[in-house]
Design a protein around this ligand. Structure first.
Ligand code: FES
Length: 579
């Protein structure tokens, strides 16, 4: 390789592109260029290719991430698209987060992956990047990193698994996982049955087959404008998924010719509101609230949970998908997918928002979809639910808010006062929830704490507290459950989550005692601990912060993690200072 075209032909004032970007600092820029060219020679690429704009491809295949099994094939398809459009594709690895393979929980490492993504996108010489992700935390981490790096970026998701038939019904991770586990706990099926189910829940490449966190975040990425149109829900094993990958590669090169837009032009207060509207219309995952707050926060955009409630009041649930409805993601895509949903919501959206294609939502929605399966995606005048799937609650138990998925809950439990049955930790929950002598009735409120972001547990998906075995066996299917934890997007029930501030940081949840009374009013958006402020203050006098390791990433996590109403991002990563 000799000096590339950029060095020789580009006027002094033009910024360098391709491999000439982001030089290693030796205090001698000519030496840095010479050395980079020398080492790049060893890749065996031709001079033609080395002179092209570079499209990075964030590669997240991992033996510990089954949901990313198809990533290598997607990366190859992205490369095809980049090459065909005249760019040079260079893949690079980042951390990958497999939801069920991380201790204590994947959320603890989302911010680490976002740092990895941001810094590698910024430090390496790429003109644009295609981010290949899919499993729950990988897409939020990539979007957070891209928002901070602010290099032109396209999010490509792996796509959902296909549900598969088993004994006369279709099964798909992971709503069915939970349904069968609840039946097993209730004694309705035996060990042999649950063993047989286990091998039939997640049978193809891709992410969970329902509108869980991964699929919700895929739709949110598209609603924000960070993915190509109509790519969020293409099944992982469908040939269109590979075509979407190739198209993403082509588009990344086209973005350079257009001069962007960069994430800072795409992720705006208006596009974030669009994403919230889509989230609400999907009856999407509670986790998506946390992630969207964190993504927006990287661009200095605050998501006000009171505004969130206002949007929820005007946004109907339009899709009939598990975990709250009947269908799977593959059905959603076949029914018309995001294009059909956005069309239905068009009067509620900010149509001037732009996207990675350089076109606005108004241009995208210029014509109605050719066909929509109304069994899966409803028209506005026949919604699944007239109001949004999620609301924020506030009150003396959650001064900075809590999240409640009303579309997944039993409406008969919405206006309730109950006696607290308290679990002080996940360990306490595991030790006592099934104890035959546990003093609990179906009218009680199960409350768990020390599972929020400031706890050493890292805010796991443990808020879906199991119904105590003795109640489950008596036929109880749902109870009011409250915690500072999260819940899987594939779960359902009358579950109040993300109570903020959390117990570990000294929120009122830390003052709750067994036998206290709590009032839940979804109508009033309230969650109140019926204990006097003086008594709460007295109980909190001896509160101690949890002990974290003093070294390594967990020490950084303990020092920097924000509360759920700030997306559990790190304080030093939020905002746009010093970018
Ligand atoms: Fe990866 Fe559900 S476990 S998307």
């Amino acid at each position: 390789m000799t000096r590339d075209a950029d060095d020789e032909d580009t006027p002094e004032t033009a910024p360098p592109h391709g491999l000439a970007r982001r030089l290693t600092n030796y205090g001698d820029r000519d030496f840095a260029r010479y050395l980079r060219r020398s080492f790049a020679q060893s890749t065996g690429l031709s001079r033609d290719l080395m002179g092209r704009p570079v499209i990075g491809i964030a590669q997240t295949a991992s033996g510990f991430n089954n949901c990313h099994r198809a990533v290598p094939e997607l990366v190859e398809a992205v490369k095809r698209g980049v090459l065909a459009a005249g760019g040079l594709p260079l893949e690079f690895p980042t951390i990958s987060l497999g939801e069920v393979f991380l201790d204590p929980t994947s959320l603890m490492f989302r911010n680490l992956m976002s740092i990895d993504t941001e810094e590698m996108v910024r430090a390496q010489p790429m003109d644009a990047v295609v981010l290949v992700g899919g499993c729950d935390k990988t897409v939020p981490a990539q979007l957070m990193g891209a928002a901070s790096a602010d290099v032109p970026a396209i999010q490509l998701v792996t796509g959902p698994m296909l549900p598969m038939p088993w004994r006369g019904e279709r099964l798909g991770a992971c709503t069915d996982c939970r349904r069968f586990w609840a039946r097993y706990r209730a004694g309705e099926i035996d060990a042999a049955d649950i063993d047989a189910v286990e091998g039939n829940l997640a049978t193809t490449a891709g992410t969970c087959a329902v509108m869980g966190t991964a699929s919700t975040m895929a739709c949110i990425a598209e609603a924000l404008g960070m993915s190509l149109p109509q790519t969020a829900a293409i099944p992982a094993v469908h040939a269109d998924r590979l075509r979407a990958a190739e198209a993403s590669g082509r588009e990344a090169v086209a973005m350079l010719a257009r001069g962007g837009p960069t994430p800072s032009k795409i992720i705006t207060p208006e596009s974030v509101e669009n994403a919230i509207t889509v989230l609400l219309a999907l009856g999407g995952s509670t986790n998506a609230v946390l992630h969207l707050i964190a993504i927006a926060g990287r661009r200095g955009i605050t998501v006000d949970l009171h505004r969130f409630n206002a949007l929820s009041e005007r946004t109907p649930v339009l899709v009939d998908l598990k975990p709250t409805g009947r269908h799977y993601l593959a059905d959603f895509h076949a029914a018309g997918g995001m294009q059909a949903l956005l069309w239905e919501l068009r009067d509620l959206l900010h149509l001037d928002c732009t996207s990675v294609t350089g076109t606005t939502l108004r241009e995208r929605l210029a014509t109605p979809p050719a066909w929509v399966d109304r069994d899966v995606i409803r028209a506005r005048d026949a919604p699944v639910d007239p109001v949004g799937g999620l609301v924020a609650l506030f009150g003396t138990l959650a001064p900075r808010g809590a999240i409640f998925k009303r579309s997944a809950a039993d409406a008969r439990l919405f206006e309730r006062e109950g006696r607290v049955v308290l679990f002080d930790s996940l360990e306490d929950l595991a030790a006592r929830i099934d104890a035959p002598d546990l003093d609990v009735t179906a009218d009680d409120f199960l409350v768990m704490r020390n599972a929020g972001p400031a706890s050493p547990t890292g805010m796991p998906e443990a808020g879906y507290l199991p119904i105590p075995k003795k109640l489950a066996r008596a036929g109880v299917k749902d109870m009011v459950r409250i915690s500072d934890a999260r819940m899987s997007g594939t779960a359902y029930g009358t579950v109040v989550l993300h109570v903020a501030p959390d117990a570990a940081s000294g929120g009122p949840l830390a003052a709750v005692r067994d036998g206290d009374r709590v009032r839940l009013s979804v109508r009033e958006r309230r969650l109140d601990l019926l204990v006097s402020p003086d008594e709460i203050a007295r109980r909190m006098a001896g509160h101690r912060a949890p002990v974290f390791p003093r070294r390594g990433y967990r020490a950084l996590y303990a020092r920097e993690v924000l509360q759920a109403d700030r997306g559990a991002d790190f304080a030093f990563l939020a905002g746009t200072d010093d970018l």
